[in-house]
Design a protein around this ligand. Structure first.
Ligand code: UT7
Length: 349
């Protein structure tokens, strides 16, 4: 049975850097609060008009494909993870296929927020293991800066997120004991509304006080995106940060241990853990819980903020570029976020 390995990796972050202090012009916040609670010092924001989730993905994908020593025409399938797509529909997968002038290959969009890249990687891994595809482009890309509440009302979320993209070419290999050893996916929808963007959507809970039966179809249609919705800031993400934090510090170690146990390893065997960059405090908690040394965990949230689906491939790419991952290393990827969904992947580089 073929296995899958990362044959090429790339990342892209927009040029514009926004420091914590710069956010003070929009909201009541301060550098000390942000750094103490999250570790974030700065983040990158996409160019307002010229950059989208897809264009950033193209930049990262181009590097990954080049490093894999293949061309865009060799890609058999695309799996694109994002929570900030260019359009409500169609998804970014087809936009990437068009922009990169790829063949009429399949393009799958994954909506698993912070765990999106790991879900995408796992899907791609299965396609390779079955022998269906040989080169799959797996992408995580986000343009958060366009959809955040930059008033004090939204400060608990807006200061956290940043823009960027990461991509890998997952390739079939016959080589033993290398590449993806296993992936582990989980969800618990009980807390779906704790970290979510409710609108636009078809749930219409915000009209719960109204009698639906009294409206005709045209009026209901208007409610998909209404003035009231915007007035009530329901078009921005909502997060109960403390509840997310409490669950994250339990599920991260759990899903990392699941991957290690499945493959007969201990935490001390990990050469590098790349946790989703949600909050430096969460990563530090996970590190302590698993008794990992500093050099076993890679964090870069300080400079990029939380880029959700892009955070794992960006961190993985940066660590690799710094020479921190060598052939034969045991690398663990893990993520937790909205849904809740959480996931891990264990790789031999
Ligand atoms: O990647 C997706 C998964 N997301 C996560 O894993 C996020 C997990 N949660 C967290 O990282 C933390 O909950 C946050 C960093 C988001 C917030 O930290 P916290 O310690 O949970 O703060 P809090 O929301 O409980 O707010 C504490 C105080 C509040 O003020 P009062 O009510 O105590 O007066 C907030 O209004 O901090 C205030 N606050 C801020 N102050 C300055 C909230 N945001 C800010 C801000 N600047 N940006």
């Amino acid at each position: 049975m073929p296995r899958s390995k990362i044959a090429g990796i790339g990342m892209y972050v927009p040029e514009k850097v926004v420091t914590n202090n710069e956010l003070k012009q929009y909201m009541d916040t301060d550098d000390q609060w942000i750094q103490e609670r999250t570790g974030i010092q700065e983040r990158h924001y996409a160019h307002r008009t010229e950059e989208t989730t897809t264009t950033m993905a193209v930049e990262a994908a181009t590097i990954a494909i080049h490093r894999a020593g293949i061309s865009a025409g060799d890609i058999d399938f695309i799996v694109f993870a994002t929570l900030s797509p260019d359009y409500y529909f169609p998804g970014c997968g087809v936009l990437l296929q068009r922009a990169m002038k790829m063949k009429e290959i399949g393009a799958l969009d994954v909506r698993n927020q912070c765990s999106g890249f790991l879900y995408a990687l796992s899907v791609a891994d299965q396609f390779i293991k079955t022998g269906m595809y040989k080169n799959i482009l797996v992408v995580g890309s986000e343009k958060h800066s366009f959809g955040l509440d930059f008033t004090t009302r939204g400060r608990n979320i807006s200061v956290i997120f940043g823009d960027g993209a990461g991509a890998v070419v997952l390739q079939a290999t016959e080589k033993e004991n290398c590449g993806i050893l296993s992936t582990h996916l989980h969800s618990d929808g009980e807390s779906a509304e704790i970290l979510a963007m409710y609108n636009p959507g078809t749930h219409a809970n915000h009209w719960a006080d109204k009698n639906y039966a009294a409206f005709d179809e045209a009026e209901i249609g208007q409610m998909f995106m209404s003035h009231a919705m915007i007035d009530q800031a329901q078009n921005f993400p909502f997060m109960d940060g403390q509840s997310v934090f409490k669950k994250a510090v339990v599920k991260f170690p759990e899903v990392i241990m699941e991957a290690l146990i499945k493959n007969g390893y201990n935490p001390s065997d990990i050469n590098l853990l790349i946790p989703h960059q949600a909050n430096l405090r969460i990563s530090q908690f996970v590190q302590q819980k698993l008794k990992l040394r500093d050099d076993q965990v890679y964090n870069n949230i300080q400079h990029y903020g939380n880029t959700t689906a892009a955070s794992v491939p960006i961190a993985l790419c940066e660590a690799w570029q710094k020479g921190m991952i060598k052939e034969g290393d045991l690398v663990c990827l893990a993520a937790f976020g909205s849904g809740f969904t959480w996931a891990s992947a264990l790789l031999k580089w």
